[in-house]
Design a protein around this ligand. Sequence first.
Ligand code: PMP
Length: 310
Amino acid sequence: MAKQPAEFIWFNGNIIPWKDATVHVMTHAIHYGSSVFEGVRAYNTTDKGTCVFRLNEHNQRLFDSAKIYRMTIPYTLEQVNNATLDIIRKNNLKSAYIRPIAYYGDIGMGLAVPFGQETELTIAAFEWGAYLGEEALQNGVDAGISSWNRLAANTMPTGAKAGGNYLSSQLISMEARRHGYGEGIALDRNGFISEGAGENIFIIRNGVVTTTPKTAAILPGITRDTVMTLLRDKGYEVREENIAREAMYLADEVFMCGTAAEVTPVRSVDGIQVGAGGRGPITQDVQEMFFGLFNGTTEDKWNWLTPVYQ
Ligand code: PMP
């Protein structure tokens, strides 16, 4: 990060100045990608002030990711939830992107050394705008299918949000940018659509909404779940099915979603215009329902908002 984005950071149980939260160069996670992390957002809501969105689900996924890698996070879920709220408060943030990360520190060089060891834990919280840009939220991004596939199920688990997985995301994103696209979308090893570098994918044709199944090498996103719940609640048909590459070209609408990207329309895939080439009506409806959770126009029936300052 070029400049310090917040004053304080939660670091192994203490809140300390941002600049003091350093690790040794021999940190295991730097060498071997042995970290698990989350991306969470807090919104400045109209009705309840600053609220973390789906706090418990995100931190539960942090523990799930750790479990897959046999990591022990030396705190309870409740402690991590409280620490997340504490660091937002300490930085006096109205809205925030929050990054909890559990990782193996300076524990030696052996690859298998970490077996059963405790991780370190850091939680950063800072202001952050639209990941793919404000303009993309309105008009959509141009996406390209990557020549890099997502990880095969028996290589590395994509259901864990682990640091090492993001080398795959970086290859996908870098290739997309090099070809002039706003974001890259990867296929799974069977050739079906998997997900974006950091987003899940939805297509819409004839009013039916389809997203890729959990077995298509995706990280099952919490935003994906949010969108499916909101759409079904409004009476839309939502399917989880394999999506062929050409189905994206022939869709009336495509959008991608994630904590960072929120709900972003996709206006072209591989240079082929999707539908009318902008933000389609159902995508707009999804955005309005999603952002409505924060501006008070969508009722939070699911208790997804955790107030920070009350
Ligand atoms: N896939 C990948 C690879 C991601 O990094 C993310 C962002 N965490 C997502 C999907 C979307 O997940 P979520 O909605 O939980 O942020």
